[in-house]
Design a protein. Structure first.
Length: 226
């Protein structure tokens, strides 16, 4: 990966942390630009050929729109990928980043080999998605998992890769019914995920592409030095 092939914008309000991450990214052969807030970052990403934005969460762009969401809703930036790289490790933060449109989610500090994999995946591969899977397109909503799977099986939900539903509702299902739903999902090549933030019988359908589990941290990484 050469400088000509990859320009990354690193956004982090903490100068010391930004320096450590910039060193990791530079070692991958990428040109690394830096910004310390969302407003500055948004101006840079609009004026430069930036392939990937690596950013902390909850950075406003000046109009109270978060950076990830602002990039995702800007048509001209449709090909710009976003990596949420953050100290925040709560499930609610991951889910927020997912809904905002992040392509991947990593918890600081991140091992060099994991960072290398994720950055390479997001800057070179088409259809690389986070786990949970995200999309720049609006999420479709259905009032039940049954309805979503039925539409998927009928071919009326093309490009779907993930169906998210209420964890509280899922936990009330008999094991045989859960198994039946999982079997249908495997046949349809779709990923099922329960979500504690969704209300009962409320379903979100996401795509495109199948999930890559290595693009999302489930727990904290080891320190920067390896």
């Amino acid at each position: 990966m050469s400088d000509a092939e990859c320009t990354i914008l690193l956004v982090d309000p903490d100068t010391r942390t930004r320096g450590l991450i910039a060193a990791q990214l530079s070692s991958l052969g990428c040109t690394v630009l830096q910004a310390d807030d969302g407003e500055q970052a948004m101006a840079m990403v609009k004026s430069s050929d930036i392939r990937l934005v690596v950013t902390e969460l909850y950075l406003a762009t000046g109009d109270d729109t978060d950076l990830i969401h602002a990039i995702r809703r800007t048509k001209a930036l449709r090909k710009t990928r976003t990596l949420a790289h953050t100290h925040r490790s709560l499930a609610a933060d991951r889910d927020w980043a997912m809904r905002a449109g992040a392509d991947a989610y990593l918890i600081k500090p991140t091992r060099a080999e994991r960072m290398r994999y994720v950055v390479t995946r997001l800057t070179t591969a088409r259809g690389a998605n986070a786990v949970p899977v995200t999309t720049s397109a609006p999420m479709l909503r259905r009032d039940s998992l049954e309805k979503a799977l039925t539409e998927l099986e009928a071919g009326s939900l093309p490009g779907t890769s993930c169906i998210v539903f209420s964890r509280e509702w899922w936990d009330t299902l008999p094991g045989t019914q859960q198994k039946a739903f999982r079997k249908r999902a495997r046949r349809a090549k779709v990923y099922l995920r329960s979500d504690s933030l969704l209300s009962n019988h409320f379903v979100e359908v996401r795509g495109e592409g199948l999930p890559d589990r290595l693009l999302s941290s489930e727990r904290e990484e080891v320190p920067y030095r390896t």
